[in-house]
Design a protein around this ligand. Structure first.
Ligand code: HEC
Length: 120
Protein backbone atom coordinates (compact mmCIF):
# COMPACT_ATOMS: atom_id res chain seq x y z
CA UNK A 1 0.00 0.00 0.00
CA UNK A 2 1.35 3.41 -0.91
CA UNK A 3 1.02 6.24 1.56
CA UNK A 4 -1.73 8.05 -0.38
CA UNK A 5 -3.83 4.90 -0.68
CA UNK A 6 -3.50 4.28 3.03
CA UNK A 7 -4.39 7.90 3.83
CA UNK A 8 -7.47 7.73 1.68
CA UNK A 9 -8.47 4.49 3.32
CA UNK A 10 -8.09 6.00 6.80
CA UNK A 11 -10.10 9.03 5.72
CA UNK A 12 -12.82 6.77 4.34
CA UNK A 13 -13.04 4.82 7.61
CA UNK A 14 -13.20 7.99 9.68
CA UNK A 15 -15.94 9.44 7.51
CA UNK A 16 -17.92 6.21 7.78
CA UNK A 17 -17.69 6.26 11.56
CA UNK A 18 -18.78 9.90 11.69
CA UNK A 19 -21.73 9.13 9.44
CA UNK A 20 -22.74 6.11 11.53
CA UNK A 21 -22.61 8.18 14.72
CA UNK A 22 -24.69 10.91 13.13
CA UNK A 23 -27.33 8.48 11.84
CA UNK A 24 -27.67 6.63 15.14
CA UNK A 25 -28.06 9.95 16.93
CA UNK A 26 -30.82 10.98 14.53
CA UNK A 27 -32.60 7.65 15.09
CA UNK A 28 -32.41 8.08 18.88
CA UNK A 29 -33.90 11.53 18.60
CA UNK A 30 -36.73 10.23 16.48
CA UNK A 31 -37.44 7.38 18.93
CA UNK A 32 -37.46 9.86 21.81
CA UNK A 33 -40.09 11.96 20.07
CA UNK A 34 -42.27 8.94 19.38
CA UNK A 35 -42.17 7.85 23.02
CA UNK A 36 -45.61 8.23 24.52
CA UNK A 37 -45.91 11.16 26.84
CA UNK A 38 -47.90 9.86 29.81
CA UNK A 39 -48.73 13.26 31.26
CA UNK A 40 -49.94 14.65 27.95
CA UNK A 41 -52.20 11.65 27.36
CA UNK A 42 -53.67 11.96 30.84
CA UNK A 43 -54.17 15.73 30.68
CA UNK A 44 -55.78 15.52 27.24
CA UNK A 45 -58.15 12.63 27.92
CA UNK A 46 -58.63 12.08 31.61
CA UNK A 47 -58.17 15.36 33.46
CA UNK A 48 -61.63 16.66 32.56
CA UNK A 49 -63.12 14.16 35.01
CA UNK A 50 -60.19 13.04 37.15
CA UNK A 51 -58.47 16.40 37.48
CA UNK A 52 -54.91 17.28 36.49
CA UNK A 53 -53.62 16.25 39.89
CA UNK A 54 -55.96 13.33 40.52
CA UNK A 55 -58.67 15.20 42.43
CA UNK A 56 -62.05 14.83 40.72
CA UNK A 57 -63.37 17.85 38.85
CA UNK A 58 -66.99 19.01 39.26
CA UNK A 59 -67.97 16.75 36.41
CA UNK A 60 -65.95 13.92 37.90
CA UNK A 61 -67.60 14.41 41.29
CA UNK A 62 -71.05 14.12 39.75
CA UNK A 63 -70.05 10.84 38.14
CA UNK A 64 -68.31 9.59 41.26
CA UNK A 65 -64.66 9.37 40.22
CA UNK A 66 -62.09 8.11 42.70
CA UNK A 67 -59.32 10.41 43.98
CA UNK A 68 -56.05 9.27 42.41
CA UNK A 69 -53.99 11.42 44.74
CA UNK A 70 -55.32 9.48 47.73
CA UNK A 71 -52.96 6.90 49.15
CA UNK A 72 -55.94 4.81 50.29
CA UNK A 73 -57.23 4.62 46.75
CA UNK A 74 -53.77 3.84 45.37
CA UNK A 75 -53.22 0.84 47.63
CA UNK A 76 -56.75 -0.45 47.03
CA UNK A 77 -56.28 -1.07 43.29
CA UNK A 78 -53.87 -3.22 41.30
CA UNK A 79 -52.13 -2.14 38.08
CA UNK A 80 -54.12 -4.80 36.21
CA UNK A 81 -57.39 -3.36 37.45
CA UNK A 82 -56.36 0.17 36.43
CA UNK A 83 -55.39 -0.94 32.93
CA UNK A 84 -58.55 -2.99 32.56
CA UNK A 85 -60.75 -0.11 33.73
CA UNK A 86 -59.10 2.31 31.29
CA UNK A 87 -59.27 -0.15 28.41
CA UNK A 88 -62.86 -1.37 28.78
CA UNK A 89 -64.40 1.36 30.90
CA UNK A 90 -66.48 1.07 34.04
CA UNK A 91 -70.05 1.89 34.98
CA UNK A 92 -69.64 5.65 34.52
CA UNK A 93 -66.45 5.86 32.46
CA UNK A 94 -66.22 5.01 28.78
CA UNK A 95 -63.54 2.54 27.64
CA UNK A 96 -60.52 3.99 25.83
CA UNK A 97 -59.50 1.10 23.58
CA UNK A 98 -60.84 2.87 20.50
CA UNK A 99 -59.20 6.22 21.25
CA UNK A 100 -55.89 5.10 22.72
CA UNK A 101 -53.33 2.47 21.74
CA UNK A 102 -52.35 -0.18 24.32
CA UNK A 103 -49.08 1.74 24.88
CA UNK A 104 -50.99 4.95 25.51
CA UNK A 105 -53.31 3.19 27.94
CA UNK A 106 -50.31 1.82 29.81
CA UNK A 107 -48.80 5.30 29.88
CA UNK A 108 -52.04 6.78 31.26
CA UNK A 109 -52.10 4.04 33.94
CA UNK A 110 -48.50 4.91 34.83
CA UNK A 111 -49.51 8.55 35.22
CA UNK A 112 -52.39 7.59 37.50
CA UNK A 113 -49.75 6.03 39.77
CA UNK A 114 -47.53 9.11 39.51
CA UNK A 115 -50.45 11.23 40.75
CA UNK A 116 -50.61 9.02 43.83
CA UNK A 117 -47.02 9.95 44.67
CA UNK A 118 -47.51 13.69 44.24
CA UNK A 119 -48.64 15.30 47.46
CA UNK A 120 -50.89 18.25 46.85
C1 HEC B 1 -66.31 11.20 31.59
C2 HEC B 1 -65.48 11.29 32.74
C3 HEC B 1 -64.23 10.42 32.78
C4 HEC B 1 -63.16 10.47 31.95
C5 HEC B 1 -62.93 11.40 30.77
C6 HEC B 1 -62.23 9.48 32.42
N1 HEC B 1 -62.74 8.83 33.51
FE1 HEC B 1 -61.83 7.41 34.61
N2 HEC B 1 -63.46 7.23 35.80
C7 HEC B 1 -64.60 8.00 35.67
C8 HEC B 1 -65.56 7.59 36.69
C9 HEC B 1 -66.93 8.19 36.90
C10 HEC B 1 -64.94 6.54 37.42
C11 HEC B 1 -65.50 5.78 38.62
C12 HEC B 1 -65.92 4.40 38.22
C13 HEC B 1 -67.37 4.37 37.88
O1 HEC B 1 -68.20 4.83 38.68
O2 HEC B 1 -67.70 3.87 36.81
C14 HEC B 1 -63.63 6.36 36.83
C15 HEC B 1 -62.72 5.42 37.28
C16 HEC B 1 -61.42 5.33 36.83
C17 HEC B 1 -60.43 4.43 37.38
C18 HEC B 1 -60.64 3.48 38.55
C19 HEC B 1 -61.24 2.21 38.09
C20 HEC B 1 -61.42 1.23 39.21
O3 HEC B 1 -61.56 0.05 38.91
O4 HEC B 1 -61.43 1.64 40.37
C21 HEC B 1 -59.29 4.64 36.67
C22 HEC B 1 -57.95 3.95 36.88
C23 HEC B 1 -59.59 5.65 35.66
N3 HEC B 1 -60.89 6.04 35.79
C24 HEC B 1 -58.67 6.11 34.77
C25 HEC B 1 -58.97 7.00 33.74
C26 HEC B 1 -58.04 7.38 32.73
C27 HEC B 1 -56.59 6.94 32.66
C28 HEC B 1 -58.70 8.22 31.89
C29 HEC B 1 -58.17 8.85 30.62
C30 HEC B 1 -57.71 7.96 29.59
C31 HEC B 1 -60.04 8.40 32.41
N4 HEC B 1 -60.15 7.62 33.52
C32 HEC B 1 -60.98 9.23 31.86
C33 HEC B 1 -64.84 9.00 34.76
C34 HEC B 1 -63.98 9.37 33.75
Amino acid sequence: MTDTVRNRFVLFVLCSIALAVFISGAIDLFAEEKKVDARRIYNNNCAKCHGKFGKPTKRGQRLGTPTFSSRFWQVSVTDERIIKAITYGTKNMPGWRKELTPEEIKAAARWVRVLGKKRR
